[in-house]
Design a protein around this ligand. Structure first.
Ligand code: IMP
Length: 432
């Protein structure tokens, strides 16, 4: 049984913890899109690990982690992470494979990301400045450089020509402080020495592993509403974090994805620009940010916070075919006298129960809330659904109804064991 775990909101849903929790049941964990814009925070034994590019499964001895062709790889970021893991006692030797078809993020991509944001001014996306968008632009523009291209060591072969053309294009665009293509080539040659042992045909590897009966977890980054096709375009990232991305980003057929788990917070957050219908710009929003420590794992930016948006999660259920939800950060709502769920949007005289595609329309939407009593007793660390305060149980039951998906896993704190896996849920079967 292979499982795809992805974000059902605007990213930062706590996928890292859920992937980490499920990993003992999956000998292979595979990332299929995004790059080091992601920040997956995992706490184990009181230690904090922040992973950006390497699947969170790496924290479990013996698990093989794959970086698929759909991911964009900054070799410097990759090895910074490898070194950080090593310093924490985690060895990746023989456990991390990178697709030869993954595209590289090069120094000019980072520069072009920052320049493009500056050019957009007030209309900026609020990117992570990691070069993600420009790297995917080069991929789709058919001028990108792939990991496997580094194997071409000839001084004037196709690899050197491609770098040269790209750096010259960058120099024409930027105009000042010329970048030297030979420096970029030299740097990549150095990186290749470390990268080469990790490079593989990941599609072949994963398909052979599945044929041999190994279970795979497909790990999505960012979230459904940040997906390049299904998100709040143009305020999105440049890849498909939705379930379909698992197939294109790893080279597996759709039948390889047996189940899809959507990770969602018990409220809503977003980092970066773009509409967020339930955003709270008041003391309640501030309280969610403080209690939930809602600051970006990659950039440290404060996240925008608001109540749970069931319209958005219903939409995520539809475009991903969600089987279940993993509901995270329930404990952040402890102590609120009342909690709210957005069940529809009001847009002028219209009531919308489905996410509009038109961004201007979404930006004009006002949430329609249902208000429920909160709970006083802490949920922090609770491991059985029945042990939750009644208010929390009722809140979850209502979330499930309005989202149209059962909450199979509930996270009640940052540690691995601060988790409820509901006995009667599909997740219980996945963990057998
Ligand atoms: P980019 O992916 O750096 O191009 O950023 C595009 C948008 O996606 C911005 O709004 C970012 O804040 C957002 N974004 C990218 N990665 C993440 C993530 O891992 N979590 C949450 N938001 C993200």
């Amino acid at each position: 049984m292979n499982l795809c775990v992805l974000g059902a909101q605007w990213g930062d849903e706590g996928k890292g913890k859920i992937v980490d929790l499920l990993t003992p049941h999956f000998p292979l964990v595979a990332r299929y899109q995004g790059g080091h814009n992601a920040g997956h925070t995992v706490y184990v034994g009181g230690r904090k690990f922040v992973l950006h590019l390497i699947p969170s499964g790496i924290l479990h001895a013996g698990v093989i982690c794959l970086i698929g062709n759909g991911v964009v790889v900054d070799p410097h970021a990759l090895f910074a992470e490898v070194d950080e893991l090593k310093a924490l006692g985690i060895d990746i030797t023989g456990r991390l494979l990178v697709s030869d078809k993954a595209h590289l993020i090069l120094p000019y991509h980072r520069e072009l990301d920052i320049l493009s944001e500056a050019r957009r001014g007030e209309r900026k996306i609020g990117t992570t400045s990691r070069g993600i968008g420009p790297a995917y632009e080069d991929k789709i523009g058919r001028r990108g450089i792939r990991v496997g291209d580094l194997a071409d060591t000839s001084p004037d072969g196709p690899f050197v020509s491609a770098v040269r053309e790209n750096v010259e294009a960058r120099n024409r665009l930027v105009g000042n402080n010329e970048m030297k293509w030979a420096d970029v080539v030299a740097d990549l040659r150095t990186m290749w020495v470390r990268l080469q042992p990790l490079v593989a045909d990941v599609s072949l590897y994963v398909n052979q592993a599945m044929a041999a009966g190994k279970r795979v977890m497909f790990e999505g980054a960012q979230g459904t509403l940040l997906d390049i096709d299904h998100g709040t375009y143009p305020f999105v990232t440049s890849s498909n974090g939705t379930a379909g991305g698992a197939c294109t980003g790893l080279g597996v057929g759709p039948r390889a994805v047996h189940a899809v788990l959507g990770v969602t917070k018990a409220y809503t957050t977003r980092v970066g620009e773009g509409p967020l219908p339930t955003e709270l710009l008041d003391a309640t929003g501030e309280r969610l940010r403080e209690s939930g420590n809602e600051f970006g794992a990659s950039t440290g930016r404060p996240r925008r916070c608001g109540w749970y948006d069931a319209v958005a999660v219903r939409y995520a259920a539809r475009v991903n075919g969600l089987d279940a939800l993993a509901l995270t950060k329930l404990d952040v709502l402890d102590g609120f006298s009342e909690v709210k769920i957005c069940t529809a949007y009001r847009c002028g005289s219209e009531t919308l129960t489905e996410m509009p595609s038109d961004l201007a329309k979404l930006a004009a939407c006002v949430p329609i809330y249902e208000t429920m009593p909160g709970w006083d007793r802490p949920t922090m660390g609770v491991t059985k659904f029945g042990d939750l305060p009644e208010g929390a149980r009722n809140y979850i039951k209502r979330l499930e109804q309005v989202s149209g998906v059962p909450a199979a896993i509930i996270s009640t704190g940052s540690e691995r064991d601060h988790t409820i896996v509901r006995d009667d849920s599909v997740a219980a079967a996945w963990l057998k």
